[in-house]
Design a protein around this ligand. Structure first.
Ligand code: CMP
Length: 140
């Protein structure tokens, strides 16, 4: 196992319900360290660019609207196997399929409003971290 970094987003459905602290606690208790974090309000153009990989999907427009409607908290998480570990802690994309004890099982409202995002692989993590953070903002 290697020490990795991954990009995490606490989404508007969670920030709206004041769940930021509880989600950070679940990430930390799961063995991940928050090495960068900021609360931002994305423009539709930013959210559209971040999720460009999904632009042909039927849910893209709604996703962009939801992600730019209210603030999000973007984070860099660090730890052993951080990319896979974060995905375990988050649970499945669809909360109906998420395991007990995961963030999405605990908090997600729907497949769209699923409380958190996490990078799905090393290349994506690098790109997604660079989308929101400069090197000097990440303090390991
Ligand atoms: P996320 O991990 O941020 O990656 C893409 C997002 O699109 C996903 O979480 C969901 O919030 C959203 N989404 C909405 N509908 C779907 C769907 N049918 N399948 C996958 N993702 C969806």
């Amino acid at each position: 196992m290697a020490i990795e970094r991954t990009l995490s987003i606490i989404k508007p459905d969670a920030t709206r319900r004041n769940l930021t602290g509880r989600i950070v606690a679940m990430l930390e208790e799961g063995g991940l360290r928050v090495v960068a974090q900021k609360r931002i309000h994305m423009t539709p153009a930013q959210a559209g660019a971040f999720y460009a990989v999904h632009k042909e999907r039927p849910f893209y427009q709604e996703l962009v609207e939801q992600m730019s409607a209210e603030p999000v908290v973007v984070q860099v998480l660090e730890g052993e196997d951080a990319i896979a570990r974060n995905r375990e802690i988050m649970g499945a994309t669809n909360p109906a399929d998420a395991a007990e004890g995961t963030i999405r099982k605990s908090f997600a409202l729907s497949i769209g409003e699923n409380s958190v995002h996490g990078s799905d692989g090393p290349d994506t993590a690098k790109t997604e971290i660079g989308f929101f953070f400069s090197q000097c903002e990440i303090v390991g």
